[in-house]
Design a protein around this ligand. Sequence first.
Ligand SMILES: NC(=O)c1ccc[n+]([C@@H]2O[C@H](COP(=O)([O-])OP(=O)(O)OC[C@H]3O[C@@H](n4cnc5c(N)ncnc54)[C@H](O)[C@@H]3O)[C@@H](O)[C@H]2O)c1
Length: 311
Amino acid sequence: MTAPAPPVSAVGVIGAGAVGQAVAGALVASGLCARLLITSRTPEQTAALVADLDDMRAAVGSPVRPAAASVAELVDCRAVVVAVRARFTNSHTTDMRMCGAHANAPVIQALGPVLRGYTGSVLMVTNPVDVMARLFADASGCARVFGVGSNLDSARYRLTLSRLLDVPLGAVDGHVIGEHGDAAVVCASATRVNGHPLPVPLQQVRDELTTRPGRINAGIGRTRPGPAGAVVTALRLALGVEDGLVELSAPYRDGWLGIPLRFTAGRPLPCLPALDEAEARQLDAAHTKLRAAYLALRGTPSSPLPTVRTP
Ligand SMILES: NC(=O)c1ccc[n+]([C@@H]2O[C@H](COP(=O)([O-])OP(=O)(O)OC[C@H]3O[C@@H](n4cnc5c(N)ncnc54)[C@H](O)[C@@H]3O)[C@@H](O)[C@H]2O)c1
């Protein structure tokens, strides 16, 4: 039996590390794109991942054809996933994702001009993702840059709540927004289980969201399938393969924040849930923190960004 034709012509992945490998493997398995173009720091790394993906393609009968490419060649792709990481030692015990800011920023800022004028969708994965997405948008001029992170937090939130309350995962509707990091905002007041509001065990939820990535890292070195799932879901929506809601980092107010975006035929519309006073204060704090981090990395005053209106 032949596999159905992929809905998308090509997707690119920059960075053949832990997350890049998992994303690329998930794409081969999903059959989302006809071509999967890979680029990484060295040609050897790129060629090795392409060979491994080719083996996977042959083994599962996937229609997705992996190939090596340069960053500039990714302009033909409908979407590009950025999952690079500079070499640095993470010395933080809190605010872990911010530790990579100074090391990763020059890499992201150097990639931007190579993709200047790119009209497809860019999914930023590199941490601190909310800041890196904004820096890449600046450096590339690309209009469709989305940071992946709050949707992974939201998935972890719904999973945690379903386990704490002993209800099916599909019964839980709730979001984590703001920063993909210590300033994440759990939208507890808008959370619904089977359509009903409920008291959320916030401390237990926060503890789990904080410690979960560290436990995964301690056990298997890096998080892989979780972020890959978050990327593939975001890709399907950004590419208009399906419609739906996903929490991604995008321009909001005069900064960038993880917010729920409703995608219709690939067009995003922010739709923030109602927040109580404490949650609104936390979102302001996330906004202030991310804006300060961005300005510190950018080193020059920010030019005004388009404000996206909430409906
Ligand atoms: N947003 C999220 O939800 C999320 C989840 C997990 C990890 N991350 C982040 O994703 C990033 C990647 O994580 P990882 O575990 O895959 O790291 P990794 O070290 O395993 O892989 C990084 C890869 O980037 C490549 N690279 C470095 N500089 C490059 C360049 N200039 N051009 C092309 N490739 C380059 C390296 O060779 C390596 O293959 C990190 O910043 C990590 O913190 C984000």
